[in-house]
Write a protein that binds this ligand. Structure first.
Ligand code: GLV
Ligand code: MN
Ligand code: MN
Length: 423
């Protein structure tokens, strides 16, 4: 088995979800903590020192050799940082996140062999960063760890976020042995990032073969931009009541309003070129078969290249939801959970990545992605870039997400070349 596939095989069953299919690895769940232990052991086996940060992230440092008069912190300033996340969406694929972490570990092994052979000179330290809660599948806010580190998210708001069981992010940090008081903007961590490069599975059909008999295209692409995106919680409030004793004309049923909102979302987004809007999660409260819900929470994911179009679309959906709710004797309220404008990756770094890839993937294209990433959050503060590895199914956030072993190795080799050039 190849290097990256071998690393991923060791964690393939962690968080396997027989009900949904795929894997479910919410941040700080037993499954995600097992992955953290795996990462820590693999990093330690490569001589890296693993340190947690105050925002739930893990850093594995390949430090420069000690030099008189220079502290470790000084030597880490402006380091080259790579990595990705270990948490997953519910019932997600095995590659979204862990592919970038395993590829970073494989790339470090490769670079260490090059250094031992006298083929690599390092001018700066290298770290693998695993930020916490990239998917936002437990506490609602995507890229929670990196937004906290950069100061883009108020720590008081983050610490008060709750999961489905009512556990706060502060309690989850505490349970993981971390001090919630340390959460928030981390100037030392930010200072230590000179450039950030995240390798990730491609999440659409951009590198997938067009037909079964088509000639294979490039296995790796360089990221150019991330589509602006955000999440909103739309709550529809009605009157909880008995399913048998409440006549149809006497109901204020927020589920009936929610059903109409789902259709309105598809219609509204369908009228805006390049827009994507999704309702992937709907929660009736209290959620009983013989109970008319008193409230339905509906989560809305909206994406568009132009941020003002996203805002207008969300407002249109909200207006429509208020009308629909009123017609059903209900009310609607909207709360923004997170939003990130369209991000253009640093063109100089993207050019350098393309140049480095000439050896392994000479035809690597530049690719814009519709998926969010920690690299997109960091790109607002530091030069950041991404590499995407071919996903032949073109499916992601689902068990069918896939990367062939050879492509995973090509990706790790491309990452190692890029890191070698940047070091
Ligand atoms: C993360 O994968 C997202 O795009 O929501
Ligand atoms: Mn991801
Ligand atoms: Mn994802």
């Amino acid at each position: 088995m190849s290097g990256v596939a071998g690393l991923l095989a060791a964690i393939a069953d962690v968080g396997r979800d027989p009900r949904r299919g795929g894997v479910t690895r919410p941040v700080f769940s037993p499954a995600e903590r097992t992955l953290r232990e795996w990462f820590t052991a693999e990093a330690a086996a490569r001589g890296l020192s693993v340190e947690p940060d105050g925002n739930g992230g893990l850093w594995a440092w390949w430090d420069l050799p000690p030099r008189a008069g220079r502290t470790t912190a000084q030597a880490r300033r402006g380091a080259l940082v790579t990595g990705s996340h270990l948490d997953s969406v519910p019932g997600g694929g095995r590659f979204d996140g862990p592919l970038g972490v395993a590829s970073a570990l494989a790339a470090v092994s490769d670079l260490q062999a090059r250094e031992a052979a006298g083929q690599l000179t390092r001018n700066r330290a290298l770290a693998i960063l695993v930020p916490a809660e990239e998917e936002g599948s437990r506490f609602g806010v995507a890229c929670l760890g990196s937004r906290l580190m950069t100061g883009d998210l108020d720590p008081a708001r983050a610490l008060a976020l709750t999961d489905a069981d009512g556990t706060t992010f502060a309690e989850a940090l505490h349970a993981a042995g971390l001090d919630p008081a340390r959460a928030g903007r981390d100037p030392a961590a930010l200072d230590s990032i000179g450039d950030f490069v995240e390798l990730h599975v491609e999440q659409g059909r951009n590198l997938a073969p067009l037909a079964e008999d088509a000639a294979p295209g490039p296995a790796v692409a360089v990221g150019s931009s991330i589509l602006g995106h955000g999440r909103w919680r739309l709550s529809l409030h009605g009157q909880g009541n008995h399913a048998g004793t409440t006549l149809m004309e006497d109901r204020a049923d927020p589920m009936v309003a929610a059903a109409q909102v789902v259709l309105a979302v598809r219609k509204a987004a369908g009228q805006v070129p390049d827009a994507r809007a999704t309702v992937g999660r709907l929660e009736p409260v209290p959620g009983g078969t013989n109970v008319i819900a008193s409230r339905v929470d509906l989560w809305l994911d909206v994406r568009h290249p132009e941020d003002h179009v996203t805002a207008e679309l969300v407002q249109r959906i909200h207006g429509q939801a208020q009308k629909t709710a009123a017609f059903e004797g209900c009310t609607a309220s909207l709360t923004e959970e997170s939003s990130t404008g369209t991000v253009q990756f640093d063109p100089v770094l993207a050019g350098m990545l393309t140049e480095s890839l000439r050896r392994t993937v000479p035809d690597a294209p530049l690719l814009a992605t519709g998926a969010g990433h920690d690299a997109g959050v960091l790109a607002r503060h530091k030069p950041a870039g991404m590499l995407f590895v071919r996903n032949p199914t073109g499916i992601s956030h689902a068990p069918e997400e896939h990367v062939e072993d050879d492509d995973a190795d090509t990706g790790a080799a491309a990452l190692a070349d890029a890191l070698a050039d940047l070091l």
